[in-house]
Design a protein around this ligand. Structure first.
Ligand code: E4P
Length: 217
């Protein structure tokens, strides 16, 4: 399972990278705005800064919503750095753009996916990643994890190579549940990754080992 961090915060990206388990980064316009990164040039520079911190794929989202503009913007993003993956929304022109980029060998991540049908369409159009937003489904009392298992079943039935990127992960249990269900990738906040290493019995056990060592020395 690949671990992506879902943030545009460079300190958090560095911290996850230093832990040694980071495979990539996802961003979106809201995450950029949260860090105060505004204006086209600043946003493009920020993507490059992120690419220089991590080794893996970095998703950069197009703002355009019509095919022609999406293609222009996506090509510009892809030219920024070899690690850039063009993030395209699941809309009609987005599906066409996914197919266009796929034919041109530009990597894509289909975002804002909330149903198995949308995920099937993204795979048919050749998306490298599909991003089902499970946290946002949970927010409206719908089982987000169930969507992950439905997409897994469909993709396995036809051996689609599109990777399931479980997105909108909110906490550590989401990560574990997605791993059980066979999501290829998870993207979440640093806190969801950090939560994986915590267990009180580890802390108690280590404290005792160190105390016992001190008694004998
Ligand atoms: C995915 O790529 C999105 O950036 C993200 O996971 C959305 O998460 P949110 O629902 O917590 O905003």
């Amino acid at each position: 399972m690949k671990f992506f961090i879902d943030t545009a915060n460079l300190d958090q990206i560095r911290e996850a990278q230093e832990l040694g388990v980071l495979d990539g980064v996802t961003t979106n316009p809201s995450l950029m705005a949260k860090e105060g990164i505004t204006g086209r040039n600043n946003i493009l520079k920020h993507y490059v800064d992120i690419c220089e911190i991590v080794d893996g794929d970095v998703s950069a989202e197009v703002i355009a919503t019509d095919l022609k503009a999406m293609i222009k913007e996506g090509e510009e993003l892809a030219d920024l750095h070899e690690q850039i993956v063009v993030k395209v929304p699941m809309i009609r022109d987005g599906v066409k753009a996914l197919k266009y980029f796929s034919d041109k060998g530009i990597k894509t991540n289909c975002t804002l996916v909330f149903s198995p049908g949308q995920a099937l369409l993204a795979a048919k159009a050749g998306a490298n990643y599909v991003s089902p937003f499970l946290g946002r489904l949970d927010d409206i009392s719908t089982d987000g994890l169930n969507l992950i298992s439905e997409i897994r079943l469909i993709y396995d039935n036809y051996a689609f190579e599109t990777e399931i990127l479980a997105a909108s992960i909110r906490h550590t249990m989401h990560v574990i549940d997605c791993a059980k269900l066979g999501a290829d990738v998870m993207t979440g906040p640093l806190s969801a990754i950090d939560g994986l290493l915590k267990h009180p019995l580890t802390d108690i056990g280590l404290e005792k080992f160190l105390a016992d060592y001190q008694k004998g020395n």
